[in-house]
Design a protein around this ligand. Structure first.
Ligand code: PAN
Ligand code: ZN
Length: 159
């Protein structure tokens, strides 16, 4: 995940211990219209500098495909944005279902001190497009400031 977090020095420092940031256990069908995939993600607690551990984030390759997340354990946030970088975010807590509309990039962030675990359900033909997020990131970042979770403008975001 080189390049995903703001603090490059902290990132390189952390690599000495090489912690697992997140794991995905996916059951995926053949990529055909009408079927559903489901995947469980576990994001471990932790931060790089003041930025919480998070997923890479992606659009769907078929960008009109929507998705549902059901939070099972822990505490976190779903950050999503449209193609112009207009972002919105919603808190995740056990048994809360959160929705990713079509044409929205999505990333999850563990803002708690235990693993964040959620189930994702998405069309089998959605696909994952990591390219533009890997290059540009999201317009917002989620950090801890004075013990509080804060959503801030990404200083590296170029719209
Ligand atoms: C999820 C994600 C999973 C890992 O299953 O793929 O949480 O995040 P990244 O794929 O961004 O690394 C999903 O949104 N599937 O469509
Ligand atoms: Zn997705």
């Amino acid at each position: 995940m080189k390049g995903y977090f703001q603090d490059i020095n902290e990132w390189e420092h952390m690599l000495e211990e090489n912690p697992t940031i997140y794991e995905v256990y996916a059951i995926e069908q053949e990529e055909k219209e009408g079927d559903l995939n489901f995947a469980t993600t576990v994001i471990h607690p932790g931060k790089v500098g003041n930025e919480y551990f998070m997923t890479k984030g992606h659009y769907h390759s078929k960008s009109d495909r929507a998705e549902l997340y059901l939070c099972l354990k822990g505490k976190g946030m779903l950050l999503s944005q449209d193609i112009n970088g207009n972002a919105s975010w919603v808190e995740m807590e056990p048994m809360r279902m959160v929705y990713v509309p079509p044409h929205h990039a999505h990333r999850t962030i563990n803002t708690g001190d235990s693993p964040l675990i959620f189930l994702a359900i998405y069309p089998a033909d959605a696909g994952h497009d990591y390219g533009s997020i890997a290059e540009k990131g999201f317009s917002k970042i989620v950090v801890e400031e004075n013990g509080k979770t804060v959503v801030k403008d990404n200083p590296k975001w170029l719209s």
